[in-house]
Design a protein around this ligand. Sequence first.
Ligand code: NAX
Length: 329
Amino acid sequence: TRTPVNVTVTGAAGQIGYALLFRIASGHLLGADVPVNLRLLEIPQGLKAAEGVAMELDDCAFPLLRDITITDQANVAFDGANVALLVGARPRTAGMERGDLLSANGGIFGPQGKAINANAADDIKVLVVGNPANTNALIAQRNAPDVPAERFTAMTRLDHNRAVAQLAKKAGVTVEDVKKVTIWGNHSATQYPDLFHAEISGKAAFDAVGGDQEWVENFFIPKVAKRGAEIIEVRGASSAASAANAAIDHVYTWVNGTPAGDWTSMGIVSDGSYGVPEGLISSFPVTTKDGKFEIVQGLDLSEFDRKRIDASVGELAEERDAVQELGLI
Ligand code: NAX
């Protein structure tokens, strides 16, 4: 039998945590033959609810679930961690300026980065879900100097999946017919969901959805970029099950590889590709294989692509400058 993989989840008592933990424990994160130990990190006020979730996990009698640890100590939660899903974050509340938001999250992701650096397993893979995800990932990464930078990633897979679903709907095909969609930049309203390099049933996606630039600019892009706000308005709460699903997809794809003829979107440390300043955590088209990813190279960017990517990357650079000024990185 295989050695269990240690999976740490922060914000385990929150709504994404509740949608996520049962799927990790049932084998959807890593595979149906991989046993897992769960390490749940919460703030003290969240510990009791996390205990309740752990009771429900017990009650599922999942064959792959070995051990559950519940703690408010980052050093305990990340001890021997192979995969860490950083979901818990400080949300923006009324009247909060961006600097306040970034520094509150710096107070979370700085120490968690240090705890990962000191305690995690050598093969640690980190996914940051908690917003502002890209910059929180940057803070954690910079606080973990002994961990290879490429092990810190930010989640844009939910945006990616949203884009795929919108394109399938418009073209009247199934989601499996939609390939090579890219989310570029920041997981925020400035993100650039790119269909110009995508394919639908083997043809250029732009043609397959009617070749209508107006629809792309005024419907498709805002639909994807503002979907989070739309869910809040309609459901009365922010995306949880779809966010958890995207986190599962992100890690599963990272570990198990992208299918031939397709790629995915991940927020990763830039190596300077496509003019994205080195070191920023920005979303790119990537292929994955054997637990490693590579940026898809050689895509021709139009002026329209360039403008949209630059705008979102510009926002990331501003966020980096702000956290630098705050002494968080
Ligand atoms: P909830 O407020 O339901 O849960 C957050 C949980 O985190 C709470 O239980 C809280 O006690 C815990 N927490 C807070 N600080 C912590 C710390 N320092 N250590 C450990 N736990 C801590 O939020 P939920 O709806 O689950 O969303 C979680 C995060 O995901 C938010 O930041 C949200 O903005 C972000 N999202 C990111 C998405 C993405 O695509 N990247 C999409 C969905 C979601 O909006």
